[in-house]
Design a protein around this ligand. Structure first.
Ligand code: MRU
Length: 368
């Protein structure tokens, strides 16, 4: 038994190598995800405004990774404000944090991380707050990685050996502190021999599936088959996929889930074809302050992202475009929400409330 556990641990480490967000030499170092897979480049950030730009312009993306970036960004912002004015830094920092929290509207992890950092600011004494804030940012980062490993195990337990899965967008190490949410289940499921095949949607318009998910899986020797989103229903009809595994940017109190545009269509198709649908997300993605998915703010991005591909115009001149970055999947299309504190099958408001009480860090729960 011990030998099997060691083997599993070794396999887990093998499947956990990428780190998108790192604190190094008192600065924030991000993999520039806009440049992958062709170029592995980093951006190094020393000030808040650079962090806001990196989040808005998608150098870093994925709900948990955005939250972790924001936590470190608060350290940078507080450092600058304290240096400029050791007495008035708290007041000067307030609008900075509001601007940071608003950098992208849908992923609640961003606001959640800023609120956690605000609490540390509130309890900091008169001296330089940077040390305390860095400790909290590192804690948020480490907790996210640990949560992902737990979700990997919980999610894998739901999947029958030999299954094939379809995933959407990128929910891996690049989108989180490390390991990933839905892609963490892929990593754990492959390591445990339960997942035999992985399909990934290319995920227009940013191609997170083709550029990022495929890159992560290839890095780690996990075979992946890419499909255009339009191929997903046919894949399900042919019985070639057993689970759809997705992440979440925000889960409402009734289990409705906002995630990358295209997720809702996959859920509708999955239900029609008898394919199971799993949402994998840490409790930092749950917003108990939002009753149902229709109230989740959906980011509408620049139409140019749809009209162009890789910087080249691909649409007919004169055409317009609508570019919602996320959609909402109703809870009744979800078979399981997997979090680090447990699994909610067939989610409902009552079941989500029980889950919310298990972890007080949930946004909108008692401590918020
Ligand atoms: O626009 P993005 O790339 O930030 O969107 C990312 C997603 O929709 C992910 O599925 C979600 O954030 C979960 S990441 C673990």
């Amino acid at each position: 038994m011990a030998a099997i556990m060691e083997l599993r641990a070794a396999e887990d480490i093998r499947y956990d190598r990428v780190r998108a967000v790192q604190w190094e030499d008192d600065r924030l170092r991000l993999i520039d995800q806009r440049r992958l897979p062709g170029h592995m480049e980093h951006v190094t950030l020393a000030h808040l405004s650079e962090c806001i730009d990196a989040i808005r312009d998608m150098a870093v993306r994925g709900a948990p990774a955005i939250g972790i970036t924001a936590a470190y960004a608060v350290v940078l912002a507080a450092r600058d404000r304290y240096r400029a004015d050791p007495r008035g830094w708290r007041v000067a920092l307030r609008p900075d944090l509001d601007a940071l929290a608003a950098a992208r509207p849908t992923a609640v992890n961003l606001r959640w991380a800023v609120e956690r950092m605000r609490r540390v600011i509130g309890s900091a004494g008169d001296g330089d707050p940077a040390g305390l804030l860095l400790e909290e940012a590192r804690r948020i980062h480490a907790e996210d990685i640990a949560a992902n490993h737990r979700m990997g195990a919980f999610g894998t337990a739901l999947i029958r050996p030999g299954s094939s899965v379809l995933t959407h967008c990128n929910t891996g190490a690049l989108a989180t502190g490390g390991y990933g949410t839905a892609l963490g289940v892929v990593r754990a499921g492959v390591a445990a021999g339960r997942i035999a095949g992985v399909f990934a949607d290319e995920t227009r318009p940013w191609l997170q599936g083709a550029r990022l998910t495929a890159w992560e899986l290839v890095q780690e020797g996990i075979p992946v088959t890419l499909i255009a989103e339009g191929a997903a229903a046919q894949l399900m009809k042919e019985g070639r996929v057993h689970w759809v595994l997705v992440g979440a940017d925000r889960i409402a109190a009734n289990g409705d889930t906002a995630n990358k545009i295209g997720t809702y269509g996959l859920a509708v198709s999955a239900r029609y074809h008898g394919v199971k649908f799993m949402v994998v997300a840490p409790t930092s993605s749950i917003d108990m302050g939002i009753a149902q998915g229709g109230d989740i703010p959906i980011e509408i991005r620049d139409p140019a992202e749809v009209l162009c591909c890789g910087g080249t115009r691909t649409a007919a001149e004169g055409a317009g475009a609508w570019n919602p970055a996320f959609d909402v999947t109703p809870a009744d299309l979800v078979d399981a929400i997997v979090t680090e504190v447990g699994v909610v099958e067939a989610p409902s408001a009552a079941k989500m409330a029980v889950l919310g009480r298990q972890r007080t860090g949930v946004a909108g729960a008692a401590d918020d």
